[in-house]
Design a binder for this molecule. Structure first.
Ligand code: GLY
Ligand code: MN
Ligand code: MN
Length: 463
């Protein structure tokens, strides 16, 4: 945990942004995997962690905006619990660690909330993303599950997004620690990418590195020689010479700050010329994007710049045709990069996505496009100093999508379908992903850069 002043200050800043009523943060509960006592690994709610820091189930935090009082609701462990869990801190000790003055048994929370309702006071909550939280909240207020969403407060969402979007120095230290774990994960995967090895051997080893550093993966690992499937969680293939292995993976630190990197490497350690040609377009795109990142520029505009570089590169190879700028305007490049350039990152790998993607990545000035490809961009708004984001362009040859576009004659002026079908249909996919902090005048890579040039990758794979 951070020092208690960090949490006190965060809560004070939040209270200053809001007008009146109560703010409720329900912490997460254990979630049963196949029976009640065999739970998934516990993951605390990220906004609860941000304001209340306590990484354990069955807690709630309450801020009274009118009196300024702060409460932690939770129950002391009984001796029966302690026999199984070991010695545990009391609720009083826990609330002292985060500078909260008032501690109440969980059974009192419903009374507080219902009293507030009876006095016509507002209760602000963040969006629900777990069914058991909706049930819990509905039970506390004695309302139906459908009524629970009436309490989701856009005022609270906006205030939380404002605060969590700008990373403080303590968070940046954690994000750099997560990056260091990610470095080990990716360089290990590179060294293991030899013909005859099962993808799952590498995936398991990489996940083990995250575990060995005290946290978990920041999301289920994407690792496959079928990298054209964007989120490929099937690791059952045996790696084959001549294929590319795409690994998209990151760790959470013990404090739950994330890393999220992607590297794509040639199985066996040597890129072919054909692979290098596509790889270097993606690499140029990542580097160009990094050079453009600075406060004030909309990430949507940088996404479109990335699209232009990809379209130019593919046009030079004869895979696309026509004017690349026109191709990007029409969305033709999205056949090869059907996803967005990146997203915020912090306590969630897609930071704050539980609060609504558009509430995090867009605003009144910049609205999400509906065009295929650009519509997948999670972060479009103007960048600010202190944002942490990913830069993750890619080029993929997705047979089903290529066939669909060809059959439906989509963007035929810009796509050389014959060449693709003859030469690239089994190419796979390449994505490269770096994590960056937006600084006063530009950006800073989080941690040491994972080998990325053709030479660096080949050198690493040799060792
Ligand atoms: N979680 C996969 C990615 O955004 O890169
Ligand atoms: Mn990723
Ligand atoms: Mn990402």
């Amino acid at each position: 945990m951070f020092k208690k002043d960090v949490y006190i200050e965060r809560r004070n800043r939040l209270k200053n942004k809001l007008k009146g009523g109560l703010v409720l943060f329900l912490g997460n509960k254990e979630s049963a995997m196949n029976y009640l006592d065999n739970a998934y690994h516990f993951r605390q709610d990220s906004s609860f962690l941000y304001f209340f820091g306590l990484d354990m189930p069955n807690l709630a935090g309450l801020l009274d905006l009118d009196s300024g009082k702060e409460y932690l609701f939770g129950d002391d462990f009984t001796i029966d619990d302690i026999i199984w869990m070991g010695t545990q801190p009391t609720m009083k000790e826990l609330s002292a660690e985060i500078g909260v003055e008032n501690t109440e048994p969980f059974s009192q929370l419903g009374n507080y909330l219902r009293n507030a309702i009876n006095q016509n006071r507002n209760i602000h909550v963040l969006p629900f993303y777990r069914g058991d939280t909706i049930i819990q909240f509905s039970n506390l207020l004695e309302i139906s599950h459908n009524e629970a969403e009436n309490f989701i407060s856009i005022e609270l969402i906006k205030a939380v997004v404002d605060l969590r979007s700008i990373k403080d120095k303590y968070e940046i230290e954690e994000l750099i620690k997560a990056a260091a774990i990610g470095y080990k994960m990716h360089t290990t995967a590179m060294k293991m990418a030899k013909p005859g090895v099962y993808e799952q051997e590498i995936a398991g080893t990489v996940e083990g590195i995250a575990l060995a550093h005290g946290g978990l993966l920041s999301f289920p690992i994407i690792l496959s020689q079928n990298g054209e499937t964007l989120h490929n969680h099937d690791h059952s293939n045996i790696l084959q010479e001549g294929r590319l292995m795409l690994t998209d993976s990151g760790a959470e630190t013990t404090m739950h700050y994330a890393s999220d990197n992607t590297r794509t490497v040639p199985v066996g350690g040597k890129f072919s010329q054909k692979q290098k040609d596509i790889y270097n377009i993606v690499l140029n795109t990542v580097d160009h994007v990094t050079s453009l990142i600075k406060p004030g520029i909309p990430y949507r505009d940088i996404h479109l710049e990335a699209a232009r570089i990809i379209a130019e590169g593919l046009t030079n190879l004869g895979i696309m045709k026509g004017n690349p700028k026109d191709a990007v305007r029409e969305g033709a490049h999205a056949l090869f990069m059907p996803h967005g350039l990146g997203h915020m990152m912090g306590l969630d790998v897609h930071d704050m996505e539980g609060l609504g993607e558009d509430n995090v990545g867009y605003d009144n000035e910049i609205k999400r496009s509906t065009q295929f490809g650009l519509s997948g961009l999670r972060l479009g708004r103007k960048l600010q100093e202190g944002f942490v984001l990913t830069n993750e362009p890619g080029i993929y040859f997705i047979p089903d999508l290529i066939n669909k576009w060809e059959t439906e004659k989509i963007n035929t002026d810009f796509i050389n379908f014959d060449k693709i079908k003859k030469e690239y249909i089994n190419f796979g996919g390449i994505r490269l992903e770096d994590d960056l902090l937006v600084t006063e005048n530009g950006s800073q890579l989080l941690g040491k850069r994972i080998p990325i040039t053709v030479e660096e990758v080949e050198e690493t794979m040799k060792s």
